[in-house]
Design a protein around this ligand. Sequence first.
Ligand SMILES: Nc1ncnc2c1ncn2[C@@H]1O[C@H](COP(=O)(O)OP(=O)(O)OP(=O)(O)O)[C@@H](O)[C@H]1O
Ligand SMILES: [Mg+2]
Length: 232
Amino acid sequence: MAENRVVLRAENVRREFVSGDTTVEVLKGCSLEVLAGEFVAVVGRSGSGKSTLANVLSGLDRPTSGTVTLMDRDLSALSEAEAAAMRAREIGFVLQKDNLIPSLTIEENVAAPLVMGGTKLSEALGRAREMLAEVGLSHRAGQWPGQVSGGEAQRAAVARACVVQPAIVFADEPTGALDEENGRQVQELLRKLVSTTGAAGLIITHDRDLAAGADTVITIADGRLAGTERKA
Ligand SMILES: Nc1ncnc2c1ncn2[C@@H]1O[C@H](COP(=O)(O)OP(=O)(O)OP(=O)(O)O)[C@@H](O)[C@H]1O
Ligand SMILES: [Mg+2]
């Protein structure tokens, strides 16, 4: 369960998009904290700003104003290169689909974040195979992403997101493109791997079961955090 160390903090985060002479304010001042090991679900209607929030919190996008602090470092104070290095070391990602690089085998995909961080290829592949065993995909290690099912691809994506033992794993509707059975498997593996890695998780989901299994549920409505429910 969660310790008290804050791994991610957002303070009064706003994000506007400008197109032509119209400005759309999508995030209207969001503040939150995610603790080490905490599994947070973010729920809200389509268009409420969930993906925008996740992009800003994970440093893929920058807020128009406000601050995002990851492991005590202000992301907006980092250069692009520093931010990329920080993401590689401290953050895992799972998206709704098309997570894997098609020209790499499944095990190479899972090893990629380690290799990018400077781990020797043979060692990275060894670690990737251990992670694939954890998600029940040892038999798919040498295959191409195009040869595996959607559920298998998402399980590999979960393995890849956790392989560097990041501080936090972000997942934007990781089960959204799967049927119920595969969605449940991916959800359970995500929860298990995030917890055994010691990472925090921030999961955007429409899936009631996934949200129900979280330590904390944050609801976003029209760009504002409308409620935080921390379970005992
Ligand atoms: N780059 C952009 N330029 C302009 N508007 C944008 C941009 N990105 C998002 N928006 C707008 O911001 C609002 C929130 O979008 P966002 O993708 O964060 O919603 P969401 O909660 O993730 O929705 P969904 O559940 O459908 O994925 C939407 O009205 C969207 O049109
Ligand atoms: Mg979205």
